[in-house]
Design a protein around this ligand. Structure first.
Ligand SMILES: Cc1cc2nc3c(=O)[nH]c(=O)nc-3n(C[C@H](O)[C@H](O)[C@H](O)COP(=O)(O)OP(=O)(O)OC[C@H]3O[C@@H](n4cnc5c(N)ncnc54)[C@H](O)[C@@H]3O)c2cc1C
Ligand SMILES: NC(=O)c1ccc[n+]([C@@H]2O[C@H](COP(=O)([O-])OP(=O)(O)OC[C@H]3O[C@@H](n4cnc5c(N)ncnc54)[C@H](O)[C@@H]3O)[C@@H](O)[C@H]2O)c1
Length: 479
């Protein structure tokens, strides 16, 4: 069969490309090795993790509320019910990502593992061979499993198994303090697991603004035991007990019944045989692409986790749109991640957009301003007092970066994406009415800080102060 476009991988990136290409009239094939479409995000990533986080937050809130209001809450949550709520969320969204939906859009959907047989030819394992004028690789990534001595002696969990396991892990050593590690460690801990997080680096959240990271870590440490500068070196058994030995800053023997590996990702390129199409991979195994998301072979593109650039679902989606423009219409559109936020769904949530203060300092040579917001009335009323906003601007108020911390920060910080992407200076937000006491008030407060700073620096303010002082002393003398 001959196609205008062949898409390999039916996850966030691949589905965007396939759907867009078919809607623009391209004869499109979509190949997915699993029985169901949706990829990591739907089955092993965003959706099940957010459902688990939601369940754990409800349990946590119930306990906190009980403590505050003098009610007693006892017992452990029923893990079967928790995984049931995860499955329900996945199943509901699966309907939207069904084979039928994409077939209705005119796409030929194939189930099977794809590999390159040449620059324009894709073979399906135990299936047909397809020819494509344009080929898009969207095969995602998988958890990197570490060579820890004795690892076979312990139950190993990853994002691929945790949401579907029948047995609740009572004592977990989490290897990796990245977004997966922290989101999952907090959720499991809130559901009653005893969790220790091991992080190889000396600091957590190293890509975040330092001030935000420090505040987030302080909050998370209230609930979690986190050992930085520490790795798992060995797993061993003593009688019927299993221990994880650690090395680095903390040498400990931690009794555990599961080792959760969240130590980074490896792009899914092993079975693709990309060399048969003349492509090479980066050291980390990602498919090399340029800013137009083209590989070394101009008609082959790569989007999503497999190119190792911006490993988020919305990143894969935006890359997919860029590829549709370039592959179908011959445009030379370059992808830019400057206005793409990311969020980590710990409690408090972390929102990240654009430059951190350190990056801004380097980029501007120190010629920047910082505005902060905290203590909005609604957050105080709801006991969410960790909430914090930090905006970094050029001297004229152009937004370079915006960072937020707090419950639901992924929602109430979104205005900043519009402001930055459309080039509005921070002060513009101040002239828009925010309903009191919506949580977005904290963002408005931050923009009000721009005016406060300008007013205090203004020569008019100085003159006004002097004039009022003179008036007051004149009145005192003559009264
Ligand atoms: C626990 C966890 C939580 C996450 N939470 C978030 C979040 O909250 N927000 C966010 O933005 N991102 C989140 N992510 C990241 C997000 O899931 C990924 O960035 C996103 O899924 C990448 O999309 P993709 O299309 O590149 O790959 P995928 O969605 O993984 O799709 C790739 C598809 O290709 C298929 N495939 C692989 N090889 C072949 C082959 N040879 N032939 C045929 N098919 C093949 C796979 O089966 C898979 O279905 C999370 C990830 C994890 C692991
Ligand atoms: N909310 C979200 O958007 C969200 C949530 C989860 C995951 N994700 C995506 O998934 C990707 C992968 O997440 P991740 O957390 O697996 O990877 P990551 O690479 O971001 O973090 C892995 C962490 O493990 C540490 N580590 C590596 N080897 C170690 C070892 N031997 N011992 C102890 N620590 C070790 C690393 O220093 C790092 O901090 C992220 O980049 C992100 O894009 C997104």
């Amino acid at each position: 069969m001959k196609y205008d476009v062949i898409v390999i991988g039916g996850g966030s990136g691949g589905l965007t490309v396939a759907s867009g290409a078919a809607r623009f009239g391209a004869k499109t094939a979509l190949i997915e090795k699993e029985a169901q479409l949706g990829g990591d995000c739907l089955h092993y990533g965003c959706v099940p993790s957010k459902a688990l986080i939601a369940a754990s937050r409800e349990v946590h809130d119930a306990r906190q509320a009980a403590k505050r209001f003098g009610i007693s809450v006892t017992g452990k949550p029923d893990w079967k019910k928790v995984t049931g709520s995860i499955q329900q969320a996945v199943d509901t969204i699966q309907e939207h990502d069904s084979h039928e939906r994409f077939e209705r859009e005119g796409i030929d959907v194939y189930t099977g593992e794809a590999s390159f047989a040449g620059k324009n030819r894709i073979d399906l394992k135990d299936g047909p061979s397809l020819e494509g004028e344009k080929i898009v690789i969207a095969t995602g990534s998988s958890p990197a499993i570490l060579p820890i001595e004795g690892i076979e002696q312990i139950r190993v969990l990853t994002n691929e198994s945790v949401f579907y396991t029948n047995q609740f892990p009572e004592r977990v050593v989490m290897v990796g303090g990245g977004p997966i590690g922290l989101e999952m460690a907090q959720a499991l801990s809130r559901l009653g697991s005893e969790v220790t997080v091991l992080e190889n680096s000396d600091h957590l959240l190293i890509k975040e603004d330092r001030e935000i990271a420090a505040r987030a870590v302080t909050s998370l440490q209230k609930e979690l035991r986190i050992l930085t500068g520490t790795r798992a070196s060995k797993v061993y058994r003593e009688g019927n007990k299993t221990f994880v030995e650690t090395e680095g800053r903390h040498s400990e023997n931690i009794e555990a019944d599961a080792l959760f590996v969240a130590a980074g990702r490896k792009p899914n390129t092993k079975s693709l045989h990309v060399q048969r199409a003349g492509l090479s991979l980066t050291k980390g195994g990602a498919v090399k692409v340029n800013d137009k998301l083209q590989t070394e072979v101009a008609h082959i593109y790569a989007v999503g986790d497999v190119n190792g650039r911006f490993p988020f679902t919305h990143g894969a989606g935006e890359e997919g749109k860029t590829v549709i423009a370039n592959a179908l219409f011959g445009l030379r559109r370059k992808i830019s991640y400057d206005d793409m936020p990311w969020c980590f769904y710990t409690d408090p949530e972390i929102f990240h957009l654009g430059l951190t203060e350190d990056e801004a300092a380097q980029e501007t040579g120190g010629d920047y301003d910082v505005y902060r917001g905290s203590g909005a009335d609604r957050m105080i009323a709801e006991g969410d007092e960790d909430s914090f906003v930090k905006v970094i601007t050029k001297r004229d108020g152009t937004i370079l970066g915006a960072h937020g911390l707090g419950r639901n920060a992924s929602d109430w910080m979104q205005t900043m994406v519009l402001m930055k992407a459309k080039g509005h200076p921070l002060k513009d937000l101040s002239s828009i009415t925010h309903p009191y006491p919506a949580r977005t008030e904290i963002v408005k407060q931050t923009s009000d800080a721009w005016w406060t700073k300008k007013l205090f620096q203004s020569p008019l303010t100085g003159l006004s102060k002097k004039a009022l002082k003179a008036k007051r002393s004149f009145k005192t003398k003559h009264s």
